[in-house]
Design a protein around this ligand. Structure first.
Ligand code: SF4
Length: 420
């Protein structure tokens, strides 16, 4: 890029899963390396790029809203929509005023070429310096993409059908690059990282190689399914650099619903996976996702799910009211649950989640845990423990990107207050 010409400013944003965040972070690193100036999406930019999500109709609506908001911020900006919604329904996004380019998941890797970034500068690793770098002390790294499981409710196999696994050597070198550039935590993400497989290396082999081949201070895994939790995988947590946090998708605590959802485990398998994790990993946080109001979900089936969630004592439950997605099996199922019932069940599940979050956090009051500090607002710093507790503390020092021991003293806001 010619230094005499002021580079255009680009605002990047993403909705939805950690995989989308990983992709937008990688794009940020590549654009910074190519000399673009990144600004926050709340600021005026020359180009806005949104990695859209289509997992629910609410995600669709939010995607459209963010694009319209960007247009209002700068009516002459170029708007680019990429990702799952862009893949599923490009025409819907194309008709939003100002949208110049809509790239589905199969075409979005061309984005850098379309923006004129030379191949030699599409490295993916840059010295963090822009707004993303200031805020992001944790890097989301995509190691896998695509799913062919076709769970009955899920749009993902329709919008991310091509299976890709990043070779273990490449992942290791990317982690080395991230660490060299100051990142203290790397989160391995993918559509379904539990099914990672590259040249005979599975997820356990990949994690083993990263731990052996890099000095990464913290390594975290994104979502797994219960049948992917093996003694060999869990055994790796003897290395304290692996964060004691498992996000284990449950979706329903009723075997009959799980069967209709076409999930590949039963409640008993889930219970065994959690026991294995808790036996091997001290202080571990187990978090999950629950869909309420799946077609045909009876009061009894919902109660089974509530009871099971109470039994497991999750550190957090992400609650999703069922949203029929076009083309999926569940969208055409009879006995769709009414919005009123979904709302009622959602509220009950959210109340249980709030209770569980507090109970989990309270267990650590009086204990000292390491916190990776991320940002400061009004003199109060916030950061995360390895087991995903948000910690707040006051300090005059600049703590960004430091990992320090903190004594947790009381529940505070959505997390815990601590003394450094
Ligand atoms: S495993 Fe099921 S829920 Fe997860 S991405 Fe694949 S189809 Fe969707």
């Amino acid at each position: 890029m010619n230094d005499a010409i002021k580079p255009p400013t680009i605002a990047l944003d993403s909705l939805g899963c950690k995989l989308n965040q990983a992709e937008i972070q990688q794009l940020a690193r590549q654009l910074e390396a190519a000399g673009y100036r990144l600004v926050d999406p709340s600021e005026k930019a020359d180009i806005y790029i949104l990695n859209t999500c289509s997992v629910t109709h609410v995600a669709d609506r939010k995607s459209r809203h963010l694009l319209r908001l960007a247009r209002r911020r700068n009516p002459s900006a170029r708007l680019i929509a990429i990702g799952c919604y862009a893949h599923r329904a490009p025409a819907e996004l194309d008709k939003i005023e100002g949208v110049e380019l809509v790239l589905g998941n199969d075409r979005k890797m061309n984005l850098l070429n379309l923006l004129g970034v030379p191949q030699s500068r599409q490295t993916g690793i840059a010295v963090p310096s822009g707004p993303h770098a200031v805020r992001r002390t944790r890097a989301f790294l995509k190691v896998q993409d695509g799913c062919k499981n076709f769970c009955a409710y899920c749009i993902v196999p329709f919008v991310r059908s091509s299976m890709q696994n990043v070779a273990a050597e490449k992942v290791t070198s990317l982690v080395l690059g991230l660490v060299a550039n100051g990142y203290r935590e790397v989160v391995l993400t993918g559509t379904e990282i539990g099914s990672y497989e590259s040249n005979g290396v599975n997820l356990e082999g990949l994690v083993r190689r990263i731990l052996a081949g890099t000095p990464v201070p913290r390594l975290r895994l994104s979502s797994l399914q219960p049948h992917q939790v093996t003694p060999a995988l869990v055994g790796l947590w003897q290395d304290a650099r692996l964060c004691p946090h498992f996000h284990l998708s449950l979706q329903s605590g009723s075997d009959t619903v799980l069967k209709r959802m076409k999930r590949r485990y039963a409640v008993t398998d889930y219970r065994k996976a959690v026991a294995l994790i808790r036996d091997s990993v001290p202080d571990v946080a187990v978090t999950t996702d629950i869909i309420v109001g799946f077609p045909g979900e009876t009061d009894k089936e919902f109660r089974e799910t509530l009871d099971f969630c109470r039994e497991v004592q999750f550190a957090r439950i992400h609650v999703f009211p069922f949203s029929p997605r076009p083309s999926t099996e569940a969208a055409a199922m009879p006995h769709q649950v009414s919005d009123a019932v979904k709302k009622e069940r959602s509220n009950l599940m959210l109340a249980l989640s709030e209770e569980s979050v507090k109970a989990f956090q309270e267990r650590f009051i009086g204990r000292t845990l390491d916190v990776l500090w991320e940002q400061q607002s009004g003199g109060v710093w916030s950061g995360l423990t390895g087991n995903y507790i948000k910690v707040y503390a006051r300090s005059r020092d600049v703590l960004t990107n430091l990992i320090t021991p903190v004594r947790l003293t009381k529940l505070y806001r959505d997390g815990v207050y601590g003394e450094i």
